[in-house]
Design a protein around this ligand. Sequence first.
Ligand SMILES: *[C@@H]1O[C@H](CO)[C@@H](O)[C@H](O)[C@H]1NC(C)=O
Length: 409
Amino acid sequence: MGQARLPARRGLGCCVLVLLLLLGGSGSPGTPPPPRGPRPQEPGPEPEGGPWGRGRYEAVRSHLGTVGALSRQYWRYVACRLWPEGCQEEEKREGREAAPIPSWSFPLVGQDYLEILSAWYCSFGRCCETGDCRIINNITGLEADLSGQLHGQHLAKEVVVQAVRGFLQSPQPRRALVLSFHGWSGTGKNFVARMVASHLYRDGLKSDCVRVFVSLLHFPHHNYVDSYKAQLHRQISETLQRCRQALFIFDEAEKLHSSLLDAIRPFMAPQDSEDQQRSIFLFLSNLGGNTINEVTLDFWRAGRAREEIPLELLEQRLRLELQEAAENSYAHSHLLRENLIDFVVPFLPLEYHHVKLCARDAFLARGIPYTEATLNEVAQMMVFVPKEEKLFSAQGCKSVPQRINYFLP
Ligand SMILES: *[C@@H]1O[C@H](CO)[C@@H](O)[C@H](O)[C@H]1NC(C)=O
């Protein structure tokens, strides 16, 4: 890892030089030149002294610093929306509150800038000795970590690992890999998406090859669907331009407006082109959650292990249910009807002992000692349904990491 990073950093340093050069030429740091393939390499002047002068160098450097800070803030904003558990700690560590972002357009300016910078950086082919060190594709690690940390989801684990492995190993996939995650909240959909990102990309969700879209966060108002559509199309194509392997995650996919699908569809359709582009789309939704729960409950009532639940049964029930919900204007039913989804991935409701495992992981992650009794206490804080059996945690493992705060020594 450490070794792999070095050349990248050197490359970046070099690119910043080139960037400084071009900014110096254009004289307006606010409008970076578009990335148009490799530029002829001029022998660059040293930043200090030379025709530049120290002043401009400092100005550009502080400008770049601002961009970096912006994008960190932007990233954290998205991350905190998705996984609040990590946020409070991070804020505490940095000794301040994360300032609320006043408007969406502000951080996007910084983000655009970074995109241009990184597209550029890689257009010189110096990202890494291996070709692209942003991409790690650690499938063995993905499998091992899912086995150890994803509880009660034998189907999801198997389908995701097999689908991703098969896709990445196929020499020339004709189209994108599209997975649709279904299940109640707290059952691990976000967790798996994050795992996929962190095992395929060095920088995980922060990678510039990965894009996360949260319906209510990024596309909140139906009135603006047209501008969202343009924005989405642009962001996907830019990501594809700078990464030969890209990952797109759509959270709250049940709330994704169907016309936004028009922006995504072309990227999921079969391509004849010769390029080696690979993209993976993950749609996360709670659609079909009740169906999955019913099937799981039926198995339990019949005295059968949940591990016996066959994928085919759930997949069939899910596809049926989702297609029947055709009345709604959301994108999901379209995805199914148009056969754009390669794998339906069911997330089963979690039982008491799964919640205890999540609690154990949370204690371990924080380095806090625990006993069987504390694990039981955490699990007992959750609400279990249905009323009679009290079998499934209504919130899955959601908020378990926050709950262990009560047990701080
Ligand atoms: C792959 O992932 C595993 C589990 O997270 C990790 O231990 C291992 O170091 C990773 N390997 C590489 C080459 O990154």
